[in-house]
Design a protein around this ligand. Structure first.
Ligand code: GLN
Length: 264
């Protein structure tokens, strides 16, 4: 499944963060080491979102081509500096479209979002949950994919004033309730703080020197990397990290669709 990364700290150029490290997101696009049964390489697209110095709203660059083929991004990445970055490389779930708009980061306003994983039983398993969203949110999904729906669910909570951690923790629990067996590594930032969940897939965090870096796989062999255990909710600023279990499945979400049975 996809690989993702988020950084908060002193401004750095995107090439230093995403392309240059020995096990960078670039390398993880063609030689990931910890996919846990979710695909082999991440060649179905990529995306990066960054907050220009002093800006509240991020800029996004997303393309449905392998990261290693995009010379324009490589050139851009050496010039763009930011203190808040979210990026991902994609391995499309079978049956889901390979288009720019299906690539993370998803975003609206000041938020950026990524999903590593898949919703089990898509789409029937989450139809009842999706029905709770305004119809216009469903009509304007970035793409007909599980990740785009997850973003719509998270976004509606953020827009209602929930914190980053509360929004992705609640959506993770809801989806696990109606689609057991889903793989739900979610990642969201507002450029100041970030939050991430782990359900099935790998995640590592490193904090220090006024910076926090979280990624599916450590980007170098340096010290300080901590693996995030499964089924956790991580919240962080550039100076502090907190990890707690993901919330319990809400009672009204346990097998919301009575016709759905868990995949083996
Ligand atoms: N299911 C999502 C998609 O198809 C995410 C895939 C992944 O994590 N590999 O885009």
């Amino acid at each position: 499944m996809c690989r993702h990364l988020a950084y908060l700290g002193p401004p750095r150029d995107l090439a230093t963060l995403l392309l240059a490290p020995p096990h960078s997101l670039l390398r993880q696009s063609y030689a990931p080491v910890d996919m846990r049964g979710g695909g082999t390489i991440n060649a179905d697209g990529f995306g990066a979102g960054w907050y220009p110095d002093g800006a509240i709203t991020p800029i996004r660059y997303r393309r449905a081509v392998p990261l290693w083929t995009d010379a324009t991004f490589a050139a851009l990445a050496t010039e763009v500096r930011s203190g808040a970055v979210l990026a991902a490389v994609r391995s499309a779930t079978v049956g889901m479209p390979i288009v720019d708009t299906a690539c993370a980061p998803f975003g609206t306003g000041r938020w950026l979002f990524s999903h590593n994983g898949r919703i089990a039983g898509w789409p029937d398993s989450v139809a009842a949950l999706a029905r709770r969203l305004p119809v216009t949110d469903l009509l304007t999904l970035d793409a007909p994919t599980d990740s785009a729906l997850l973003w719509a669910l998270v976004r509606s909570r953020l827009a209602a004033g929930e914190s980053l951690g509360c929004a992705i923790g609640t959506v993770t629990a809801q989806v696990l309730g109606c689609a057991p067996g889903s793989r739900l590594n979610l990642l969201v930032t507002d450029g100041v703080a970030l939050a991430a969940t782990t359900v099935h897939h790998a995640l590592a965090v490193r904090v220090g020197n006024g910076a926090v870096l979280i990624c599916s796989e450590p980007i170098d062999q340096g010290s300080g990397w901590e693996p995030v255990p499964d089924r956790q909710l991580l919240t962080a600023t550039s100076s502090a990290v907190d990890v707690v279990p993901i919330p319990a499945i809400p009672a009204d979400m346990a097998h919301a669709d009575p016709t759905f049975t868990e995949e083996p």
